[in-house]
Design a protein around this ligand. Structure first.
Ligand SMILES: NC(=O)c1ccc[n+]([C@@H]2O[C@H](COP(=O)([O-])OP(=O)(O)OC[C@H]3O[C@@H](n4cnc5c(N)ncnc54)[C@H](OP(=O)(O)O)[C@@H]3O)[C@@H](O)[C@H]2O)c1
Length: 316
C-alpha cells in the first residue's frame, strides 16, 4: 500500500510518499481503509525526535494517530466491528511504527468507535485525539461542574476548540485565550475570548474577579505560571503541555486511547454538541505541507489529510 514514512528524525522534508508495505491484522485489530487522518502537533514533535526519550521509534515510521475510515477486515477475535462499518480512532501504540498517514491502518479495537454519521470523514478524523484530550482533561482530571468558570488556553486550536464546546455543554463558563482574529470563532463555540500575551492576567481578572475554578493549560511555561495565579482558592489546574504543572499541585495529562470515551465523544458529535472545524484538507501526498502548517502553531480547528480512493468500489 501507499503511505507516508520517515527513516530518520528531522524536518518535514524527511517525510516520503511511497510504498510502505501492508499492515498485518492482529487478532484484536481491524484493518481500516483510511479516508482521512488528522494532523496533531505531536506528529511533528515525534518526527523531529522530541519524544525519543519516552517513545521508541521503529524506522521507517508511518506517522499519524488520528483516523476516520471504513473497516475492511476485522481480526479473528473481533466481535465489535464488521466489514463496512465506518469508524474513527486514536490509534496510538506505545511506540512509533505504523500510523494512520497511509491507505490502511491496523487499529486495535480499544482505539476505535463508530464514526458520527453527521460528520464528514475529514471532520470525523479531527475528533479522536483532540476530542479525547479535551474530554479526559475536563471530565476526568479537572472534574468540571455546572456553573464553574474554566480558563482554557489556545481555545481556537484543535484541543481548545473542542474543550470550549465540551465545557460549555457541561454547564461551565469557558474563557478561552486566542488572538483577535479568532475571537468570533471562539464565541461561535460558546466561549468568551480573551487575547493572550502581555496583560493576560488583568484581562482574565476583569472577567473573573474571584479567580477561575479551573485552568486547562495547553501552552506551558509562563502561561502556566500566570494561569496558576489566576486560580480561585481550591481551584484546579491541568496541563497537557508542561510537566512543571506538578510543581503547582496540578495534573499533567497525556491523552489515552479509550473506546468508551471515544464513543461518548462520537455521541456528543451526533447530538450536535461538538463540531469539528476543518481549516484545511490536503491529499495524503502533501502530508509534509500539512505538518508545516501545523508547525506554524496558528491552526484554527484541525488540519487533515485525505486518501482519495479513485473508484466507487474503492470507497466501499
Ligand atoms: N499531553 C497530551 O495528551 C496532548 C494532547 C493533545 C495536544 N497536546 C499539546 O497541546 C498543545 C495544543 O495542541 P493543539 O492540537 O490544540 O494545537 P494546535 O491546534 O496546533 O493549536 C493552535 C492554536 O494555538 C493558538 N496559540 C498559539 N500560541 C498561543 C498562545 N501563546 N496562547 C494561546 N493560544 C495560542 C493559536 O491561536 P491563534 O492563531 O489565535 O494565535 C492556534 O489556534 C500542543 O503543544 C500539543 O502538542 C498534548
Amino acid at each position: 500500500m501507499k503511505g507516508i514514512s520517515y527513516s530518520r528524525y528531522g524536518g518535514p522534508e524527511v517525510l516520503e510518499y511511497g510504498e510502505v508495505g501492508d499492515p498485518k491484522v492482529g487478532p484484536d485489530q481491524v484493518l481500516v481503509k483510511v479516508r482521512a487522518a488528522a494532523v496533531n502537533p505531536v506528529d511533528w514533535k515525534c518526527r523531529e525526535g522530541y519524544l525519543d526519550p519516552v517513545l521508541d521509534a521503529v524506522f521507517p515510521v508511518v506517522p499519524g494517530w488520528d483516523v476516520s475510515g471504513v473497516v475492511v477486515q476485522p481480526g479473528v477475535a473481533v466481535t465489535e466491528f464488521s466489514v463496512g462499518d465506518e469508524v474513527i480512532g486514536y490509534v496510538r501504540e506505545d511506540f512509533l511504527s505504523r500510523g494512520t498517514f497511509a491507505e490502511y491502518v491496523a487499529a486495535p479495537v480499544r482505539t476505535l468507535a463508530r464514526k458520527p454519521r453527521n460528520l464528514s470523514y475529514e471532520e470525523a478524523a479531527g475528533l479522536p485525539l483532540a476530542g479525547l484530550t479535551a474530554y479526559q482533561v475536563l471530565v476526568k482530571a479537572l472534574d468540571i461542574k455546572r456553573g464553574e468558570t474554566v480558563l482554557v488556553h489556545a481555545a481556537a486550536g484543535g484541543v481548545g476548540s473542542l474543550a470550549v464546546q465540551i465545557g460549555a455543554h457541561l454547564g461551565a463558563r469557558m474563557i478561552g485565550t486566542a488572538s483577535e482574529r479568532n475571537h468570533d470563532f471562539v464565541r461561535s463555540l460558546g466561549g468568551e475570548p480573551v487575547a493572550y500575551g502581555e496583560g493576560l492576567a488583568e484581562r482574565v481578572r476583569a472577567l473573573a474577579p474571584e479567580g477561575v475554578d479551573a485552568v486547562f493549560d495547553t501552552i506551558g511555561g509562563d502561561t502556566l505560571k500566570t494561569s496558576a495565579n489566576l486560580l480561585a482558592p481550591e481551584g484546579r489546574l491541568a496541563s497537557i503541555a508542561d510537566a512543571e504543572v506538578l510543581s503547582y499541585g496540578g495534573r499533567y495529562c497525556f491523552v489515552r486511547p479509550d473506546a468508551a470515551d471515544l464513543a461518548r465523544l462520537a455521541e456528543l458529535a451526533e447530538q450536535g454538541v461538538v463540531s469539528v472545524h476543518v481549516q484545511e484538507a490536503l491529499p495524503l501526498e502533501r502530508t509534509a505541507d500539512a505538518h508545516r502548517l501545523s508547525q506554524e502553531g496558528r491552526t484554527r480547528g484541525k488540519i487533515v489529510v485525505t486518501v482519495d480512493w479513485e473508484t466507487e468500489e474503492d470507497t466501499a
